[in-house]
Design a protein around this ligand. Structure first.
Ligand SMILES: [Zn+2]
Ligand SMILES: [Zn+2]
Length: 448
């Protein structure tokens, strides 16, 4: 052991996974895929996860205890949630658990206390689906094999069904290896990652304040099968927001001067938002993704709604984009003498992995069957609210990273053809089991 690489050499130690776990991983993943649930409506998925964790003897935290209620972003209306609760129960969710999740307090934290002193190690898996209509065609395996989503407009098009399965597999494997562990293992099954909405309220509730080592995980279609990134560092800071312009309607022929045109305000805002200058400090993005306005051909439009996002290579650049966007929206409203109301429905920071953790994660993946090339850095891509968890862990002196597992699949994320390479599920479980099993010795070696 040297001071530059304090991680112990464990290439000759490869734990075994519980018998039949590979098959269970596939069954869990397909069950979640078939019953896809979008952000804050993961009632059935959460209920199923709690059931497995309880059977393993893990402690479970869920419902309002898991979240700081006011920090939740982009929660659907009470009416939508009531319908989704009913749907979840009809699809086999435990009615008492669904009741306990109330107004969209979905997700669950599983806690395994060994009773022996040691570090707190935490893994994060997101569990929500996309708002997407799944391809109904025999060329798409989930459809051909009968596990395509039965929930209209909800589809696992990002691999979170696989993440939830890996989380349950990891819990199962950790239970079997419990005697070799010290300290505490936490597994957070996070809701509402799509739209970067679900992490903040769990962080605000304090569940990450004691975490010494944190690993978030994502399956990735556009990296070769078995390629691993130990420290994904390309996530952009982002703010997602809705803007409603409210004017006054009037007869477009008889009384046009009496109207206040909300559509024109939104249209002007849309064009100027896309003309915000670039930032010299790094990459920036803006997108007005939807625009809805007006009622009839001969009515001056009194209402317009746009859905917008800004992004930046770091939080400062994103703050610049969001700040300018607010000015543009206020200015456009003033120009047309209408009201504007902006609400933030999602948010993510940029947070880089802890460099000193990466050699240990690299070593944990080394030698795991199916692992190909291991890199420590990724390219700039989307946004992730797990960065809020990473930030909190690092602030409190812990180490955090974000791992990507390449699948080499053809359909991109968020497309109607997306599918998971199920071989990668057991690979993820085994490597992350090794992360947990060696954590106390690794952190001890760092003097943590
Ligand atoms: Zn996604
Ligand atoms: Zn995702």
């Amino acid at each position: 052991m040297t001071s530059t690489n304090p991680a112990p050499d464990r290439t000759d130690q490869m734990p075994t996974l519980p018998t039949g776990l590979a098959e269970r991983l596939v069954a869990w993943r397909r069950d979640f895929h078939k019953h896809a649930e979008t952000g804050w409506t993961e009632f059935r998925t959460t209920s199923a996860i709690i059931g497995v964790l309880r059977d393993l003897g893990w402690d479970t935290k869920f419902g309002p205890d898991l979240h700081d209620a006011d920090s939740r972003l982009g929660v659907p209306s009470a009416e939508v949630l009531a319908g989704e609760r009913e749907r979840a129960v009809a699809q086999g969710a435990d009615p008492l658990l669904v009741e306990a999740m109330g107004e969209g307090f979905t997700g669950v934290l599983g806690v395994l206390e060994t009773g022996r002193p040691g570090p707190v190690v935490c893994f994060r898996f997101d569990i929500d689906s996309n708002n997407l209509v799944e391809l109904a065609d025999d060329s798409h395996r989930p459809f051909a094999e009968g596990f395509a989503s039965v929930n209209d407009g909800a589809m696992h098009g990002c691999g979170h069904d696989g993440h939830a399965a890996i989380g349950l597999g990891l819990a199962t494997a950790l239970s079997e290896h419990q005697d070799e562990l010290t300290g505490t293992v936490k597994i957070i099954f996070q809701p509402a990652e799509e739209g970067v909405r679900g992490a903040h309220s769990i962080v605000a509730a304090g569940w990450f304040d004691d975490v010494d080592l944190f690993v978030a995980t994502h399956l990735k279609s556009d990296d070769a099968k078995g390629n691993i990134v130990t420290g994904s560092d390309g996530y952009l800071a982002s703010t997602k927001f809705d803007v409603t312009f409210t004017g006054i309607g009037s007869h477009a022929g008889g009384d046009p001067e009496k109207g206040k045109n909300a559509l024109l305000a939104a249209a002007s805002a849309t064009l100027v938002l896309h003309a915000i200058p670039r930032h010299s400090g790094g990459a920036s993005r803006i997108n007005v993704g939807t625009f809805n306005a007006g009622e009839g051909r001969n009515v001056v439009p009194r209402k317009a709604v746009i859905r917008v996002e800004t992004r930046g290579q770091d939080s400062e650049i994103n703050d610049f984009m969001f700040g300018r966007a607010q000015d543009v929206i206020a200015g456009a409203a003033r120009m047309y003498d209408v009201q504007s109301e902006l609400s933030v429905v999602g948010r993510a920071d940029r947070e880089d992995p802890s460099p000193e953790l990466l050699p240990y994660v690299r070593e944990s993946f080394t030698g795991v069957p199916g692992v190909a090339e291991i890199r420590d850095s990724s390219g700039v891509g989307g946004s992730e609210d797990a960065t809020a968890m990473m930030k909190r862990v690092k602030e409190r002196g812990g180490l955090a990273t974000y791992v990507q597992i390449g699948m080499g699949t053809t359909a991109g994320h968020h497309t109607e053809r997306f599918d998971v390479d199920e071989d990668m599920l057991a690979l993820g479980v085994l490597a992350e089991l090794r992360v947990a099993l060696g954590a106390a010795e690794f952190l001890g070696g760092l003097g943590q």
